[in-house]
Design a protein around this ligand. Structure first.
Ligand SMILES: C[S@@+](CC[C@H](N)C(=O)[O-])C[C@H]1O[C@@H](n2cnc3c(N)ncnc32)[C@H](O)[C@@H]1O
Length: 250
């Protein structure tokens, strides 16, 4: 399964999925889900981890004012190098300005915090870029538990086996401290997705799979929330809906 990422190209992925004129449909749904979650839970987090971040930084944007330390982890060094370029404000780094500006607009905080301020704060709070493998019991090379673990289109896109996907969800759940939270998303009901015409796997998960994987991975059943959102704009890339979920660990 992992071999399929031998043909991965960070720049091609960023160009296709994160260079749209406005925040893409799936990402808009994710931001809305996260902001609804933050409003409801009204809490701060000491350490958060985004597992399988790819070459992206945007998913942690809504958490920046509420978190002390941000850890980003991915299987591929190439992806982390791309983030490192952004952290160092290198010329050939990906331009996240549309995402940062529009995410602040959705937050409704644009009047009090400028995109540059959010950018600076995020750069300051990212403390570590880590290699990870969601199929290993020890997913990351350090022994830290997090008050929040996020993972977007990672475990489901790392394998075409539903059994492996279940194991991966269980492994990343172990990184969460008691009463901590998970927020994740997955491509829905598809066995593949494409980047620049190249095919990558997907574990063909449904909303019921996500719910039962969370039930079996040590979360309070009453806290599990699973939503389905349509994303017709990516139909030609192998998927047209996504599942977004959160749950609180026992
Ligand atoms: C579809 S991308 C998602 C990237 C990012 N989270 C996003 O939403 O744009 C899938 C990511 O899973 C990572 N990945 C593949 N196999 C993995 C594994 N065994 N463990 C952790 N991450 C893996 C890839 O390197 C890639 O960054």
């Amino acid at each position: 399964m992992k071999d399929s990422y031998g043909q991965w190209q960070s720049k091609a992925y960023l160009k296709q999925y994160y260079s749209t004129d406005h925040i893409a449909e799936d990402e808009l749904h994710i931001f809305q889900f996260i902001l609804k979650f933050l409003k409801r839970e009204n809490q701060k987090f000491d350490k958060i981890l985004d597992v399988g971040c790819g070459p992206t930084i945007h998913h942690v944007l809504p958490f920046v004012p509420l978190v002390d330390e941000v850890y980003l982890a991915d299987y591929l060094k190439e992806n982390l190098d791309e983030i490192d370029k952004w952290l160092k404000n290198k010329k050939d780094a990906h331009d996240w300005s549309t995402y940062i500006k529009e995410e602040l607009d959705i937050e409704g905080k644009d009047a009090i915090e400028t995109p540059q301020q959010r950018t600076d704060l995020l750069r300051e709070k990212i403390v570590s870029l880590l290699r990870c493998d969601v199929f290993q019991k020890k997913v990351i090379p350090i022994d830290i538990k997090f008050s929040l673990v996020t993972s977007f289109f990672c475990v489901d896109c790392a394998t075409s086996s539903k059994k492996e996907w279940y194991n991966g969800v269980r492994n990343i759940s172990e990184l969460i401290e008691p009463s901590g939270w998970i927020i994740l998303s997955a491509l829905r009901n598809t066995d593949k997705y494409f980047v620049n015409g190249k095919q990558f796997p997907s574990a063909n998960v449904s909303e019921d799979d996500v719910k039962s994987a969370l039930e079996e991975s040590g979360f309070h059943i009453s806290t599990i929330e699973v939503e389905v959102r349509p994303v017709p704009m990516w139909e030609a890339e192998g998927f047209n809906s996504i599942v977004i979920a959160c749950a609180q660990r026992k």
